[in-house]
Write a protein of this length. Structure first.
Length: 326
């Protein structure tokens, strides 16, 4: 059996309301030389039976216990046969010519990865709307060009980290041993920065090829217990930058980015999770204080982030922190 040009990886967990639409958006593509690897991540609803209702030789199904999005994508990547890889979330969908346009761009320019635009869909109102983040406005000046990460040194933390917004050369991902952190949410973020900074040839497509559904259960719509993982995701990110000797070049923006994720999460997370998140942040910052990087945080953080950092360290508990940081 010859290898397909593209492997589309679709992890899903309890997506019975949306999974059929996601699958159909792949099967109905104008580009037909693909395999669709669907990972049922221990769904407790009718997701698996809906998946099994599709009869198409291009579909491959992994049915596993609930391991989370990182492990789901890693398991699919290990068996993917395509020359290129794309990712789709179970509640989203592709434009009908997405694969065709993405494949043409990445092959003609021989890129390691190519970005394309995403557009938002509000599930409640039916409204479709754009934003600068998913429109890749940070990269506007590079439209039509092939570039490397060294050409975007001051803006990498303004880029969309979403794994579904890119097509990747499979041989490149395997060469750099790219994989997602497992057991945490926000796994896209460390994966993206590792892959982006390892890439030599990158391009962008200024067309909306991907529809991103916003609904009540969306991970970024509800600031719930998943946001506890902003702390371990930030720790993984720091480790990646240090191990790959990118830390010194990017530390000013990296340290601000690392502080801001948990800082905003602590502000907006549901009340019942605030103490648990505070304690995770406190443990992380206490370890930083005894590390060689402590002075870098003191010297590079702006006043608001620095006060947050020091107030967490100085506080005895969450209530004490609230008084200090008011």
């Amino acid at each position: 059996m010859s290898s397909p040009r593209i492997s589309v990886i679709l992890p899903c967990y309890n997506e019975e309301s949306y999974i059929a639409n996601a699958i159909e958006s792949v099967l109905n593509q104008s580009f037909t030389d693909f395999e669709l690897i669907i990972v049922n991540d221990g769904s407790a609803d009718n997701t698996l039976s809906i998946i099994n209702g599709f009869e198409d030789s291009r579909i491959r199904v992994i049915d596993q216990e609930n391991l989370g999005p990182g492990a789901s994508r890693n398991n699919a990547m290990r068996i993917a046969r395509g020359e290129y890889m794309m990712f789709l979330d179970g509640d989203d969908w592709y434009r009908e010519d997405a694969l065709e346009i993405a494949y043409r761009e990445i092959t003609q320019k021989d890129c390691d990865l190519t970005f394309y635009q995403m557009i938002n869909y509000d599930d409640e109102t039916g409204d479709i709307y754009e934003n600068d983040w998913f429109n890749l406005t940070t990269l506007d000046e590079l439209d039509g060009k092939v570039f490397g990460p060294e050409e975007t040194p001051g803006s990498i933390f303004d880029l969309s980290v979403g794994v579904c917004q890119k097509i990747y050369k499979s041989s490149f991902l395997r060469k750099i041993n790219a994989e997602f952190p497992e057991g945490i949410f926000f796994e896209d973020m460390p994966f993206f920065y590792y892959v982006y900074l390892k890439a030599k040839r990158i391009s962008i497509i200024k067309e909306h090829l991907y529809f991103r559904r916003k609904h009540d259960a969306s991970i970024t719509h509800v600031v719930d217990g998943k946001f506890l993982d902003t702390v371990p995701a930030g720790q993984v990110l720091m480790r990646i930058f240090i191990e790959n000797e990118w830390y010194e070049m990017y530390k000013f923006d990296l340290l601000a980015y690392k502080i801001n994720g948990p800082r905003f999460a602590l502000r907006y997370i549901e009340e019942k999770y605030k103490i648990a998140l505070y304690e995770l942040i406190k443990k992380d910052y206490t370890e930083i204080k005894s590390s060689q990087y402590y002075s870098d945080f003191l010297e590079n953080l702006g006043p608001v982030k620095k006060k947050f950092f020091l107030d967490i360290i100085a506080s005895r508990n969450y209530q004490d922190f609230i008084k200090l940081n008011s």
